[in-house]
Design a protein around this ligand. Sequence first.
Ligand code: HEC
Length: 127
Amino acid sequence: MNSIIPSFHYSKLIKPFQITLLFFVGCQANPPAEITDPGQLLFLGYARKEVNCSRCHSPDGQGGLDAPDIRAVFKKYDEEKIMNIIELGKGEGKKAMPPFEGKITEEELTELLKFLKTLPMPDSLEN
Ligand code: HEC
């Protein structure tokens, strides 16, 4: 049966619109208005496209498929060591963290550390 709506409506009008919409949703070019912390913007990949910690460690630092939970990292290492890990990377092979030296300024590194300190602790490590 022939549809009342001519088929070109979908292909010529709706489809390009959907693709455009997907493009914007997928890229997340602009951060949500409530996120203004420079360290958090870096962590989430909004400040610099080559710096995105959340794609491995998840937006709340809980860790993801291949990256560990880093919410309690200040209980494990001192600041110097953490800065070192971010600059030089950690681990080997496929499951390694890439180095960020040269991709991030000293100032940004400080902002990033400040943000890491605000991540809520896992329940098991509270107190
Ligand atoms: C490509 C994935 C990936 C990205 C992107 C990434 N990390 Fe990692 N990160 C890892 C992995 C994997 C480890 C664990 C390495 C190991 O111990 O072998 C790790 C470890 C760490 C550690 C040490 C954790 C511990 O307990 O030893 C810190 C701190 C850290 N990452 C912070 C960051 C920050 C901050 C960023 C953004 C600038 C970032 N990571 C980006 C994958 C990533």
